[in-house]
Design a protein around this ligand. Sequence first.
Ligand SMILES: [Zn+2]
Length: 252
Amino acid sequence: MTEYIECIKCKAKQAYFRKETQDYRCGKCGEIFTLNSEGTPEEKVEKIERIKMPKEQAKEAWKKYCEVLRKRKDKFLRTMKDAMYQMKEGRELIDVYELISKFGISEKNEPVFAIARADISEVIFEKQDTGSGRYKMGEGWNRYAEDINSDVHLPQKVFDVHWERIDGEEPNNRGWGIKDKEIKTKVPIIPVELIPEGDLKNYYILWEVVDWEDLPPPKDPILLKRISENLFAVLGCWDVTELERSVMRGLQ
Ligand SMILES: [Zn+2]
């Protein structure tokens, strides 16, 4: 007999265990979740897959890439060198495309995760066809080149979705008529003990958004250093405090 537990989202006692995927699915709202070893719902952030390598091994590889790069200029070699550099320093890496794709979109048709440059107070997500989008650093048509260059573009089909259309519009591939084409949310501020050296422009924050157009709840944001379009090194994570939420609320 199927045993039902309470859904972490809608609270209906209709979530059942799925053997194939080793997780729970709510029969009412469709939420999928897992429980950690204590039997409480696992934070999504705990489930983010990290790319790791022993420091010594990364150091050896890093040296080799440095060597090769004296004669060659290929971009992938530079990315590999930078990735090895971070791992020889003991850091883990995250593939943001994979992560954002894995957690997908909420029932409100919004990405579950947001990523923003650490020096901005608000990030915009622009929905693009097909199943893609862009995290925009800054607003308006006259953004600086450095803002545009620091955007995080998602490739096609990262989201398994055709974005919802404004009523009466037929789905098409021209990007017109997408409902709530741009949504925005406030970026968590970094606690003093995690403030990195140098300009905050060079760092990113990744976090789970419960409601876009609202303040992020105190879930664990992650501080990142960008390596390539989609690869980032993890520098630390933290819980947002009530005080930080208040400060964020007032930032324009
Ligand atoms: Zn539910």
